[in-house]
Design a protein around this ligand. Sequence first.
Ligand code: 3HC
Ligand code: NAI
Length: 700
Amino acid sequence: MTATTRVNDGIAVITVDNPPVNSMSLAARQGIVAGMEQALADASVKAIVLTGRGKSFCAGAEIKEFNTPAAFAEPSLATVIDLIENSSKPVVAAINGTAMGGGLELALGCHYRVAIAGASIALPEVKLGILPGAGGTQRLPRVVGVELALNMIVSGTPVPSQMLAKTALFDRMVDGAGADAAVDGAIAFAKEIAEKRPLPKVRDIKVDFPLHEAFFAFARNTVNAVAKNYPAPKKCVDAVEAAVTKRFDDGMAFERACFIELVSTPESKALRHAFFGERAASKIPDVPEDTPTRAIRSAAVIGAGTMGGGIAMNFANAGIPVKVLELKQEALDKGLGTVRKNYENTMKKGKLTQEKFDQRVGLISGTTDYADIADADIVVEAVFEEMGVKEAVFKKLDEVMKPGAILASNTSTLDVDKIAEFTKRPQDVIGTHFFSPANVMKLLEIVRGEKTGKDVLATTMGLSKKLKKTGVVSGVCDGFIGNRMIEQYSRQAGFLLEEGALPEQVDRAVEKFGFAMGPFRMGDLAGNDIGYAIRKRRYVEKPDMVYSRTADLLVEMGRHGQKTGAGWYDYKPGNRAAIPNEQVDAMIVDESKRLGIERRKISDEEIVQRLVFALANEGAQILDEGIAQRASDIDMVYLTGYGFPIYRGGPMCYADTVGLQKVVATMAKFAKGPNAERQGKAWVPAPLLQKLATEGKSFS
Ligand code: 3HC
Ligand code: NAI
């Protein structure tokens, strides 16, 4: 049963019981209707209490039902709310916890609302690319005021119930915590008001908001400036304005029309894909949720460079004491100095209190002696990307670390299985691939070695949550999921230069598509010398893989990127604005000449397709090889680590949106392009992509 009804002493209590969050699935809606009908038919019932089982009142509509017939099947959420609002007996919502989206709308349809403190109240639909579709935009302004309602609806941010205690949203706050306290309080309240008539309805509250035109003009400007490629926030403003300017029923019809329009947009589908993708990524089929884990109470980091410092900050931010080891005191001082400066900058921006600063800096200490880190529960190695250096470190760790310590490597490309073999405890070795800057970027690729223990994997997944990262499991291969794919993307960017594009055109096209940064601006930020070093290794290991020489020539011109003030672009000191450089453009044109390629005008559409389809094709290969567990994991890597536009859902989701048949057909066209021969197998569809396209299927 997804809702149960019990009657006691004149009060019917309807409890939604649809774990884990009491979402409004068709069955849950049917359950409430059945409860209402029973309560209305029972002459002994004087009032009705509506609540949810466990920690959630109701987290809203059942998102998985969107775009399926179940979403509109009767009783719809609107029908349920109408039934409650028009009930001849008073209905009291007992808000025992999370009341979000359709859950809050359900409560707003009740005649009264009673809540415990600490319940999370929100209309978060905007985060899924939609707006509240069951009266939220019309009823919330009537109880909390237009300004606060607009803020809540446009941001989707949860507000603790106690902060809304003084608004008309709640008729009573009750003491105590948990579902029982809420229900007991609501029953007591229901008994007090059982005979009171007429029954109050939120729809009848007048919205009085003088000067609304100026307010909404300002709100619209502000929202348009931030929302850019997201249609939902703009519609939220329109709908809340309708609550002020239209009659209630007309406002409801307007909200409904906006909801129906938004729920079918690719942006909403992509945001919902990301919502479920993030949750799916934490699941590993052969590592069940009850797998035993190891306690992580202390940590160590080897290397205090770019990554080591950032990784240490992650531990400190999560309250875990961390020791950073360098071989030389000077390097250690420099690294810890940078960490301190980072925290100071955050404090200067007002994003960190002095108390938190002291706490976090106090959790990080340095050492040059391995004996000092021996009892850490986890050690993350972040030394130079050279197998020889990693070998020395892991042999040492094997020697000194206590039994049961997790030995993690932050390598971005090297073979984690080989690294594990440097120890006598390969089951304790795992890859934790943080992204730069490690204290900011959400992605953590968790590299599962052939012998990595299940408990080590489960512990590391749990740790990633504690560090507020999106952990995605990857198998072992060169570059893992993200960097292996980005290589194909970067290769295409190079080929496009040879064929007629210039860096700023490629970057502009990709940024217009929605990427945070185009490939060349990104290269300048990360340092072009890093890619150069990786390619030099690849020229030996994979001689068949052809790259455009332009990126190598750039580094040979001494243009390493922002750090040298010059890369694909010029940079003025202290300014990140990228200024095109004539010598770079001339070098590119000369390279085309050397290759005998007649430069042509390349459309922005081709630029985007070549870069993004190259990602999706490699992603398909990675999926087929079992390196990634599911297509949505690949998307999460790109959404959280590579600046792929969230409203496009990631490369695999985007390929699905375009249609895999069309992707394969476009790749076939590229395979016949004038410079295609140099690109090797770039446009040969991965077998999985070809298979899905032929069968008319999609990655999801
Ligand atoms: N529909 C379907 N599934 C939902 C859901 C929903 N509304 N909300 C959460 N879930 C699922 C999650 O996918 C997850 O499933 P899994 O166990 O299979 O991975 C499970 O519930 C638990 O979710 P979390 O892991 O996120 O649990 P937390 O305790 O961390 O967070 C939460 C709970 C705050 C409720 C969070 O899940 C959340 O923010 N949910 C989304 C709420 C939302 O957006 N509501 C609006 C829906 S749209 C709507 O109501 C339209 C209406 O206006 C008509
Ligand atoms: P870095 O050069 O900034 O720092 C490396 C640090 O390790 C230096 O401070 C060095 O003194 C120290 N070190 C070297 N050998 C050591 C040893 N034997 N014992 C103790 N300390 C030693 O390098 P960075 O960029 O921090 O990279 C570290 C690792 O992280 C590499 O494996 C790299 O591939 C990986 N990585 C780097 C990313 C980046 O964007 N820089 C992103 C993700 C992973």
